[in-house]
Design a protein around this ligand. Structure first.
Ligand SMILES: [Ca+2]
Ligand SMILES: [Ca+2]
Ligand SMILES: [Ca+2]
Length: 372
């Protein structure tokens, strides 16, 4: 398909009686992009968070793309027809649809908003997902949507794996349901010293909802894992880092896991171990809460730190401000995608920092979305 000039064969209508507004929507740019897609840009100023937008092929009334204005606002939103190069000619329409009255763009019986809220399992432009049974309970996704039952239950299992020095590590694996043929990224959660993996329990659902499998394990000498407490030795590269090596290998071996997309979130000692994994490039991304620079050097057995993609977090008052200094120091040693945050007005440590700032967990998830 050719568009010469683009605007002549591009019909942009607005509303179709579905709209809550009456003004005409302005499209700022229509162009073919490198992969042959047709790209339609809409200035963010033209959109409202009370609506979502879709690009409809008038011939056959087929929706080819849609978007929901999000909290992170680009200057323009883009709607795309990836099949444009295969069409001889086409007329399109951009429609604004009120969130209060969602449509069913792929006509599979499940509304666009619900489908968009479950990106691992449903696609608002693919009608075949409605007949699938994501959680394998015998009821289709469509039947569960209609009955308002949980169609995507999380599978939770207690697991063990063995380190290279023969210590059995105990953990809990949570896997959200996923579509056949897709692979899940995994986040490994590591607790602070003298605690257990249970410290992550209040936060696990947020990771599941964001589409991550999680593995929270007990460091050797802690919780249900083997080894003596003294064997944990948080400054020795031949101890707790081996637990993490075994955890990463375990996760990568799971059917349905994407071995190239493993991340770590760790608190205190777990934060130091997250840094070690980043230093060694064992994982794609890592988040360190309340870590300590000297301990990272000791656990990695390396003086020169060169961390990959990392987000470093501390409260402002932890250790009289020393942890915040270390967070910034470790940020300075980070050469991949990096972020640092010091939560003001708090002396919290480890997962306590997440509790001290009600929005921090969503920023952690956002960093994972960007880097994992
Ligand atoms: Ca649908
Ligand atoms: Ca669908
Ligand atoms: Ca089901």
């Amino acid at each position: 398909m050719k568009i010469i000039p683009p605007t002549l064969s591009f019909l942009v209508l607005f509303g179709t009686g579905l709209s809550v507004r009456s003004a005409e929507l302005v499209v700022s740019r229509v162009a073919f992009v490198e992969d042959g897609s047709l790209s339609v840009e809409i200035p963010v100023s033209e959109t409202t968070p009370e609506s979502y937008y879709r690009l409809v092929l008038l011939d056959g009334k087929k929706t080819v793309d849609l978007f929901f204005p999000g909290s992170t606002k680009p200057s323009t939103y883009v709607l795309r027809d990836t099949g444009a190069s295969a069409r001889d000619k086409a007329l399109y329409r951009v429609e604004e649809i009120p969130l209060a009255r969602p449509l069913d763009s792929d006509d599979d019986g499940i509304d666009d908003i619900f489908e968009t809220q479950h990106p691992l399992l449903l696609d608002p432009l693919d009608p075949t997902d409605a007949g699938e049974d994501a959680d394998g309970d015998g009821d289709t996704n469509l039947a569960e949507y209609k009955a308002k039952t949980d169609f995507a239950e999380i599978t939770i299992s207690n697991v063990t794996f063995v380190t290279s020095d023969s210590i059995t590590i105990s953990g809990q694996l949570r896997r959200p349901a996923m579509r056949p043929g897709t692979k899940l990224p995994t986040v490994i959660l590591i607790h602070q010293g003298f605690r257990t993996r249970a410290e992550w329990n209040p936060f696990l659902l947020a990771f599941s909802d964001a589409g991550y499998a999680t593995l929270a394990y007990d460091i050797r000498g802690h919780g249900a894992s083997g080894g003596s407490f003294s064997s944990a030795d948080f400054d020795n590269p031949n101890t707790s880092p081996k637990d993490l090596v075994a955890a990463i290998a375990f996760v990568a071996s799971l059917p349905g896991a994407d071995p190239d997309r493993t991340g770590i979130v760790g608190s205190s000692v777990g934060g130091n171990l997250a840094c070690v994994a980043s230093q060694k490039r064992w994982v794609k991304t890592a988040i360190n809460i309340s870590g300590k620079t000297s301990a990272v050097r000791n656990l990695a057995a390396e003086r020169e730190l060169d961390l990959g993609s990392m987000f470093h977090i501390s409260s402002s008052g932890d250790g009289g401000g020393q942890r915040a200094i270390w967070a910034n120091e470790l940020y300075g040693f980070t050469s991949g995608t990096r972020q640092v945050e010091v939560v003001a007005g708090s002396s919290a440590h480890g997962v306590g920092v997440i509790n001290a700032d009600p929005n921090l967990l969503s920023r952690i998830i956002a960093f994972l979305a960007e880097t994992l």
